[in-house]
Write a protein that binds this ligand. Structure first.
Ligand code: SF4
Length: 335
């Protein structure tokens, strides 16, 4: 069925908890050691899943955190989502909780994919970024274990001034791990990442390299936080080309207490699933409708030939200017 981003997101990222034992320097969630007592309960989560059956087609669900393994009810939550027909993926933190037997259990429950973060081709860079020595070695071990368990492996890489030099070496390492997908997150200065430097010129250089890489790669390659990647891949605009997924357009984010955001990197809430069904927030809230309305975009993003396909990162515009409809400051497209 063709995707209509006005009606249904393609992807719902769901932060089941903010608790995590790592302390990553760029953490969007500003993860904490202990679970928040105000987190959505198991029964509330089941209720949200029931409400989401109104989406047609059903979105893919990615259970993330914090670390979803911090919730003792994770398996019943997975089972409930799979039973309702969602394609389910997990984005765990690489801590001692993540083991081969946990992965085997997820695979048997019907989890289709697991994403792991890998920010450096060397332990020094990755472990320095993640804040815990030995994390890169464990990540490589668990990455291979995901594939051996029969699930698809996605590698997520945070691209910042600190890790930009790692992208090309990772381009060789990621396929060698058996990954079917490599998602690069171009850092948005939010959460703990406000202290991580990033320049538009660096982003432009990496997107150019990535476009060449993607043309030859045997795995799916995507750029989160950089919807302008679309214009690096094709020499000319393709009429009728579908829009790139971005904040409120094909994606939504549910946080650990049930507040709904256009993405995990845009801290403007549309409302709470404790008060409203998730489909109503996605389809009808002023925030989500407004972010899908390209006529409200300002600056270059408002009169660029790529607006309908790209529209710029609304999260970066908000983080840098305080206006979610401002032009994406990291686009170097001359106008
Ligand atoms: S100016 Fe805005 S809409 Fe145009 S390509 Fe750049 S980010 Fe995308």
């Amino acid at each position: 069925m063709a995707l209509d981003y006005e009606r249904s997101p393609h992807l719902v990222a769901w932060e089941l908890t903010r608790a995590c034992q790592l302390h990553c320097r760029h953490c969007r969630a500003r993860a904490i050691r202990h679970r928040n007592p105000a987190e959505l309960t198991t029964e509330e989560i089941f209720g949200v899943l029931d409400a989401m059956s109104a989406f047609d087609p059903l979105p893919r669900l990615i259970f993330t955190g914090g670390d979803p393994l911090e919730r003792e009810d994770l398996l019943p939550i997975i089972a409930a989502a799979v039973r309702r027909g969602h394609a389910v993926a997990l984005a765990p933190s690489v801590t001692p909780r993540l083991t081969r037997s946990v992965l085997a259990e997820w695979a048997s429950q019907g989890v289709g994919a697991v994403s792991l973060s890998l920010d450096g081709a060397t332990p020094a860079v990755h472990d320095g970024f993640r804040g815990v020595a030995g994390t890169q070695a464990r990540t490589l071990e668990m990455a291979r274990a995901v594939v051996e368990a029969g699930m698809r492996l996605q590698i997520n890489t945070t691209v910042s001034g600190q890790t930009a030099a790692e992208v090309e070496p990772l381009g060789a390492l990621v396929p060698a791990l058996g990954a079917s997908s490599w998602e690069l997150f171009f850092i948005i200065p939010t959460g703990r990442a406000t202290a991580v430097a990033w320049e538009a010129e660096d982003q432009d250089r990496i997107l150019r390299w990535l476009a060449q890489y993607r043309a030859k790669a045997a795995l799916r390659v995507t750029a989160v936080g950089a919807p302008q990647f679309a214009r690096y891949s094709d020499a000319e605009l393709v009429p009728g080309r579908p829009p790139v997924m971005r904040e409120a357009r094909g994606m939504m984010f549910i946080d650990h207490v049930g507040d709904v955001y256009p993405s995990g990197y845009l801290p403007l809430a549309a409302g709470s699933v404790r008060s409203w069904p998730a489909p109503a927030l996605y389809r009808e809230s002023e925030l989500f409708r407004g972010l899908r309305d390209n006529s409200r975009l300002a600056g270059r993003c408002g009169h660029c030939a790529w607006t309908a396909v790209c529209g710029g990162s609304r999260a970066r515009a908000y983080a840098v200017t305080g206006d979610a409809w401002a032009e994406d400051p990291n686009c170097l497209l001359p106008v």
